[in-house]
Design a protein around this ligand. Structure first.
Ligand code: GLN
Length: 494
């Protein structure tokens, strides 16, 4: 039998149904792998007892015929989702040992579908970052290495623990959140599928807020079909989130065929810019060829305001963050500074001690762009650009079904070799933020390797609520790239 930790979620569901193994066996195998890969620092909190009792309950439901969509599947949860009775940190010191008295809707949906939680996953503090170097709980390592090198690589961010744990086989799938690329970029860096759904498809209730108009939860998995299954389990209308969409959630997985005949794929000329890694550029061309050979039509399109997306994101996201993070004042949540002189001192000390450097930078940028003298010049301007970016997509989708681009401008970089200038670090998000700004579904699919052998991701972006079409084309790329088989080859060769 294949090692249980190498199985996909889809195959594990089959094995559980046919009683090839139990959820307790599957869960124990993953707990063991979690132990063996602890040096990755992917988990902030491990919950092995909860996992075993969850698996026992899942086995009972599998036996009595009441199994849900994810019954008995071991998963990890990004530590941004509140979990009732289990410490939730957002990877920040400021939350201290905060134990939520409630469960986020997305995680509740997963438990209702039978999934089993193995722990809470490391991430960039408050989901701000692109390399998982901004966690109060230490950085996370990418399980991928370059042959003949000693270096450790970043897993991407902010959902770096989610990506590393799935890629290492410690969990079968993980939740991520994506405000500007935090599901797709780490998925690309770790050779995984990552789906950012349409804004409003997954409830934000109980997810620690970063930038509320951009934040979306989504699945991070080994394959497209795994993501399709997990997205169905996570999504759905929630009256507790005023921005939750009232749409029916289809059984995505059963609708996927991977047939590209007649599909129109848009290639935006604005994304064909310098600074794109040569391997990634070549892979993009290779993907275009695959689509053409299989009956899709390639259409050149223009998204003229793309170049303003990153600057507007880094106004809008910090503005919303500065407001959202004002609630951490030492009074209501988490840590409180000792011996304050007065109330202002309590706020200042608590926030000064509790927030990391990047979070403080964002709060300062956000406060600045929202201040009376600069509100019109920066914040309102960025909102206007947001509208123009949405209009660009609207125009483009009159001509095409989906848009194909790379996910990231470069492959993963080594820990210690990351860009030291924060603005250079922000460039990681240049290809991903537009989908958040426009609220569109977007996914990363592992599609090949860099010349050094690190995984590379391609990105598909669809019109709102066209997840099925996007996943279907994602399945096509996955099949054409034979990524899983090539990974196996690489592993056995090294
Ligand atoms: N890297 C981006 C940022 O730091 C995106 C983060 C995210 O999607 N949560 O803002």
């Amino acid at each position: 039998m294949t090692e249980l930790t190498n199985l996909t979620l889809e195959k594990a569901r089959d094995g559980l149904k046919t009683k090839e193994f139990s959820s307790v066996e599957l869960t124990k195998a993953h707990l063991k792998r979690m132990d063996e890969t602890r040096d990755l620092n992917a988990f902030i909190t491990e919950t092995p007892e909860l996992a075993i009792s969850g698996a026992e309950n899942a086995d009972a439901r599998l036996a009595n015929g009441t199994a849900g969509l994810m019954e008995g599947i071991p998963v990890g949860i990004k530590d941004l989702f509140c979990t009732r009775g289990v410490k939730t940190t957002a990877a920040s010191k400021i939350l201290g040992d905060f134990i939520p008295p409630y469960e986020s809707t997305v995680t509740q949906n997963l438990w209702n579908s039978g999934a089993v939680m193995l722990g809470k996953l490391n991430m960039d503090e408050f989901a701000m970052g692109s390399a998982n170097l901004n966690s109060a709980y230490g950085s996370v390592k990418n399980p991928w290495h370059v042959k003949g090198e000693e270096k450790d690589y970043v897993p991407g961010g902010s959902s770096g623990g989610s990506a590393a744990s799935v890629a290492a086989g410690a969990v079968m799938a993980a939740t991520g959140t994506d405000t500007g690329g935090s599901i797709r970029q780490p998925a690309a860096f770790c050779g995984l599928v990552g789906v950012k759904p349409t804004y409003g498809l997954c409830s934000r209730w109980g997810v620690v807020a970063f930038a509320s108009s951009l934040d979306q939860a989504g699945p991070m998995t080994k394959t497209v079909r795994d993501s399709a299954i997990m997205l169905e389990a996570m999504a759905g209308h929630d009256p507790k989130d005023a921005t939750s969409a009232k749409v029916d959630i289809p059984s995505y997985n059963s609708l996927l065929k991977g047939d590209m005949k007649g599909l129109k794929i848009g290639i935006p000329k604005e994304y064909q810019v310098g600074g794109l890694d040569a391997d990634i550029e070549a892979l993009w061309q290779q993907n275009i060829a695959w689509f053409k050979e299989n009956g899709a039509e390639i259409v050149d399109i223009s998204l003229p305001h793309s170049k303003y997306a990153l600057p507007s994101y880094y106004i809008l996201a910090p503005a919303e963050a500065s407001s959202n993070l004002s609630r951490y004042d030492g009074v209501r949540f988490g840590n409180r500074a000792n011996d304050p002189k007065d109330l202002n001192d309590l706020y200042e000390k608590t926030r000064g001690e509790g927030f990391g450097e990047e979070v403080k930078r964002r709060i300062m940028i956000g406060t600045y762009v929202l201040s009376a003298g600069y509100y019109d010049a920066y914040f309102v301007k960025a909102l206007k650009v947001r509208r123009l970016i949405c209009n660009d997509f609207k125009e483009a989708y009159k001509k095409v079904d989906l848009i194909l681009t790379p996910t990231t401008p470069t492959p993963a970089f080594a820990i210690g070799e990351e860009p030291k200038d924060p603005i250079a670090m922000y460039m990681n998000d240049v290809l991903t933020v537009t989908a958040n700004i426009a609220g569109l579904p977007s996914m990363s699919i592992p599609a090949g390797f860099s010349s050094k052998g690190l995984p590379l991701g391609m990105q598909l972006t669809a019109p709102a609520f066209e997840e099925t079409k996007m996943l279907d084309a994602g399945l096509f790329i996955e099949t054409a790239a034979e990524f899983a088989a090539k990974t196996q080859e690489r592993r056995s060769a090294s």
